[in-house]
Design a protein around this ligand. Structure first.
Ligand SMILES: [Zn+2]
Length: 650
């Protein structure tokens, strides 16, 4: 999601520094000899020098994960096929459905239970919640009217139901390499509060409906059954599954959802079907229907109820939204130049939301940049809809975004769209390592929004470093409150990735990132798969960088002094001393003004702090010149104490 607190509040200090701009066509800056690389490969293949959780050891010993960052020969993950029928009754705010789930146990373990996630139990009396809810929205949670495993009825009352989980003890344990069928019928009432946690009753006939079906929790090699209940704060972790979903709504309602719409030809009237088809290959934004057209009743097949059919394969969740009056814009964008593959991009919005008139264009242009530049990896999904709701939250192929000001709409749209890569394509466990997706979404939205808007902005919120609530990102996200989470999941990792790209150069960085994606697309990478893939592909052991940025308490703080010191070797009369006072390695960007009015900039990437013994970097200034003023820092270089970054000739 978009971190609202950090996103909407700009700290002052960034405005005072000139931008350091990256040169993206840079050649790899460092050439490492082959002997060095092979020596390092051998060392890294054995172990990591980073702090390492003991409970992960078994996965590496058993060949499930390799020390070089790849999936091991024994890698496994479980999955499901979902066939869901769901209905919305907008008058009663009631969502009801039934589903058949085929669950495949690919693990080497015999499972004695199946854990179901019932996310709407967040609203149940006595539920564990990160934030208070309006009393009117407290309900009995999800009502289950039938549950069968392999055709045999299961008494739900007899099962353990706690927080948002229902644990079903299996009469016959599920053996490795076997599957079971689970049938369940359920219903719940949508929360009416317009600021509901993730759901949106945006107006009486417009709904955004996530987390609506009982979903089997992830069982994996690192943690077993996922055990963090949904409390409204943390996001998710899902298996990659296939979905066939039939959504029944009253006549006159349009549905947008995860996956590809299967029966448009059956439901759309010819004029609108033609526009919908045209938009699939169009480069311009096409209005599929306006509010007036929706209200005319001529867009959809006339019926008391319509069933919309969607299919999605290998996705980590399914979400839908409905309205009887939203405007619908759509276009398409080529995401893979080799194959010509396109993504169909939609924006569905209220007429009052002026910013949304630009959203389909922004999303399509953002997707093009994502596919070709950052991350520079073809956008994986066939379609994406940005829906005008009440949040800033991503779902596979669906986004619930509030209407925002013109200043923020580009950043918000590309942030949520960029989540397609992490956590969805990459299967990140956000309950433990939210920095592995939010940090990237922040990183991508920074560069992509700047590129789309032809500007060079700073990074917001870095003033949070070094406070007692500021925790290293490797602390499991589920153990953090919202303030700690906001910094550890978003700001610190974003800044770490920014300095990392600067240090490696775009080409090497891109190669590392896309190799990580090739290796872990559709799988569940843990933190060491990320660290070790970058180490291996860059040919550098970056543990000296990962450790302070991701594992340790500390903040970025450089200190500048300039002294007169005739240096025989360089001929310089003045030398700048940059001292690393804080723990985090950041680049040195020194701008010097001389007494003759000339200016000079000195730059070193964060790699200048690679040797932990090195606490001072010396920079000889230009020969025979007298500096009068110097500043240290930059808009994307955090520094927790600004006062000692400015020097003036005494
Ligand atoms: Zn996000």
């Amino acid at each position: 999601m978009q971190n609202k607190g950090i996103f909407f509040h700009q700290t002052k200090y960034f405005g005072t520094f000139a931008a350091h701009t990256f040169t993206y066509d840079m050649k790899p800056q460092y050439i490492v000899g082959l002997i060095l690389i092979s020596g390092f490969f051998q060392a890294a293949a054995q172990k990591t020098t980073l702090p390492f959780p003991r409970n992960f050891e078994k996965s590496y010993e058993k060949g499930i994960r390799n020390w070089d960052g790849t999936a091991g020969p024994n890698y496994w993950q479980n999955r499901s096929d979902y066939r869901i029928n769901v209905s919305l009754n907008p008058k009663k705010k009631l969502v009801s459905g039934d589903e058949e789930v085929t669950y495949f146990n690919n693990s080497p373990d015999t499972l004695k239970m199946i854990r179901l996630k019932l996310q709407h139990d967040l609203y149940k009396k006595g539920g564990q919640r990160a934030e208070d809810l309006p009393v009117a929205d407290i309900t009995d949670g999800v009502k289950i009217s039938g549950l069968q495993i392999d055709g045999a009825a299961v008494a739900t009352q007899a099962q353990r139901r706690q927080n948002t989980f229902l644990d079903i003890r299996l009469a016959k344990p599920l053996a490795p390499k076997s599957s079971l069928k689970l049938n369940i019928a359920w219903e719940f009432t949508m929360p009416a509060d317009e600021n509901a946690t993730r759901e949106c009753i945006c107006d009486p006939s417009t709904y955004f409906i996530p987390y609506f079906y009982p979903e089997i929790a992830v069982y994996d090699d690192l943690h077993g059954w996922a055990s963090a209940p949904y409390n409204g704060l943390q996001e998710f972790y899902h298996d990659f599954s296939n979905y066939e979903v039939n959504i029944t709504v009253p006549g006159g309602y349009q549905v947008w959802a995860t996956g590809e719409w299967q029966n448009a030809a059956e439901l759309l009237q010819p004029t609108y079907l033609h526009r919908w088809e045209k938009a699939h290959t169009a480069t311009e934004v096409i209005s599929i229907c306006s509010e007036a057209e929706m209200k005319s009743g001529l867009v959809l097949k006339k019926a008391k109820k319509n069933i919309f059919r969607f299919k999605a394969t290998e996705v980590p969740d399914f979400t839908f939204a409905v309205s009887d009056h939203y405007n619908w814009d759509a276009t398409s964008v080529i995401v893979d130049d080799k194959t010509g593959r396109r993504t169909f991009v939609s924006a569905a919005y209220d007429t009052k939301s002026n910013d949304f008139k630009r959203v389909a264009r922004i999303a399509a242009d953002g997707i093009r940049l994502m596919s070709t530049w950052l991350p520079g990896y073809p956008f994986p999904y066939p379609c994406l809809t940005v829906f005008n709701g009440n949040d800033g939250m991503e779902y596979p192929m669906m986004i619930n975004d509030a209407s925002v000001s013109d200043d923020f709409v580009t950043g918000l749209t590309v942030h949520e769209t960029a989540h397609t890569y992490m956590p969805f394509m990459m299967g990140i466990n956000e309950q433990y390592y939210a920095w592995m997706d939010e940090g990237w979404a922040n990183f991508f939205d920074h560069f992509l929004a700047d590129s789309l808007e032809h500007k060079s902005s700073g990074i917001f919120g870095a003033g949070g470093f070094g406070n007692d609530w500021e925790l290293p990102p490797m602390v499991p996200s589920r153990a953090m409150d919202s303030r700690s989470y906001g910094f550890a999941a978003y700001t610190r990792p974003q800044l770490a990735y920014v300095q990392l790209m600067d240090m490696l150069g775009y080409e090497t960085f891109h190669k590392c990132l896309t190799t990580y994606m090739d290796r872990w697309k559709g799988k569940h990478p843990g933190p060491y798969e990320f660290f070790n893939t970058f180490n291996m592909v860059s040919g550098k052991n970056l543990d000296w960088y990962w450790k302070p940025w991701f594992f340790e308490f500390g903040y970025p703080d450089l200190n500048l002094t300039i002294s007169k010191m005739d240096n025989a070797a360089t001929g310089a009369s003045y030398v700048a001393y940059i001292k690393r006072v804080g723990l985090l390695p950041v680049p040195v960007n020194l701008e010097v003004e001389y007494s003759d009015g000339t200016k000079e900039t000195f730059y070193k990437t964060a790699e200048c702090w690679k040797n932990s013994d090195q606490q001072v970097v010396q920079i000889p200034l230009e020969k025979n010149k007298t500096p009068v003023k110097a500043t240290l820092g930059g808009k994307t270089i955090p520094d927790s104490r600004q006062k000692d970054n400015l020097w003036k000739l005494p």
